[in-house]
Design a protein around this ligand. Structure first.
Ligand code: ADP
Ligand code: MG
Length: 255
């Protein structure tokens, strides 16, 4: 095997391979030569001080922001060349900080409208509530702890339950990479524990990339932690390793 094929092989071993990723906003590099790799079935957590570039990394992966330089390979496909909807279609789901559920619809209906449906030859959406949809909605509702709230309007859910519903709305599309920006912000201690349990359940079929500040939660979920600072990696590895890293203590954990 020559050097070129060896490089390609190592890139495609990862579900997600980010290499030399850079974005410049009017000359300011919010993300600066960033490289990291996420395995299949991995929960990766990105931590770091405010303004480190964490949310921008997710914006770049989901195609909301265009990279100035570098590569993002997902299952070998180059995401930097794709539009947002193509990236969703390729299997990348992303949850934003504020939930975007439909308050007037029930939990069931919120999940149902996110169920991926093929288009007919006439281009219209086939929209019947068939058995497959119902059983998939029920399965997701159980995963997100909302089986008993299926027919309640989303407006009546607690803040934590709304966050879970939005995760469910992504899960029903079966993404192979799920990205969550501060999913437990505003949650109670018991909701945080259940969210950790939820993430461990869903990675049988996928990987999860999470931005989070709550270090107890990070400890509960992370297989590996990437610490960002000024758009670059300050430290990376197990939770124990990064927590003991003097550079991380100085710029982040010590505050
Ligand atoms: P974090 O999520 O780690 O708190 P962000 O990724 O939101 O950080 O932001 C990183 C830096 O990039 C900040 O200084 C922010 O002001 C800047 N930034 C983010 N998005 C834009 C944008 N669209 N235009 C200009 N500056 C931006
Ligand atoms: Mg952010």
């Amino acid at each position: 095997m020559n050097a070129a094929t060896a490089t390609v092989a190592s890139n495609t071993d990862y579900l997600l391979a980010v290499e030399d990723l850079t974005v410049s906003f009017d000359g300011f590099k919010a993300v600066d030569g960033l490289s990291f790799y996420v395995d299949e079935n991995e929960i990766r957590v990105i931590i770091g001080p405010n303004g480190a570039g964490k949310t921008t990394v997710l914006d770049l992966i989901c195609g909301r922001t265009k990279a100035t330089q570098g590569s993002i390979k997902f299952k070998g496909a180059e995401l930097t060349q794709m539009r947002e909807h193509q990236i969703v279609h390729a299997g990348v789901g992303r949850k934003f900080q504020t939930p975007s559920i439909y308050e007037d619809l029930t939990v069931f209906e919120n999940l149902e409208i996110c169920f991926p449906r093929g288009r007919t030859v006439f281009g219209s959406l086939a929209f019947k509530r068939d058995g497959e949809v119902v059983s998939r909605v029920e399965e997701i509702a159980e995963t997100i702890f909302l089986s008993n709230q299926l027919h309640e309007r989303a407006a009546f859910l607690s803040h934590g339950q709304k966050q879970w519903l939005e995760i469910g709305m992504l899960l029903i599309q079966n993404p192979e990479l799920l990205m969550l920006d501060e999913p437990v912000a505003g949650m109670s201690v018991s909701e945080r524990k259940k969210t950790a349990e939820l993430l461990h359940r869903i990675i049988q079929d996928r990987s999860v990339l999470v931005i989070e500040h709550d270090m107890k939660f990070v400890e509960d979920i992370a297989h590996k932690v990437t610490v960002l600072h000024q758009g670059r990696i300050l430290s990376e590895g197990s939770m124990d390793k990064v927590q003991a890293d003097p550079k991380v203590i100085e710029v982040y954990l010590g505050h």
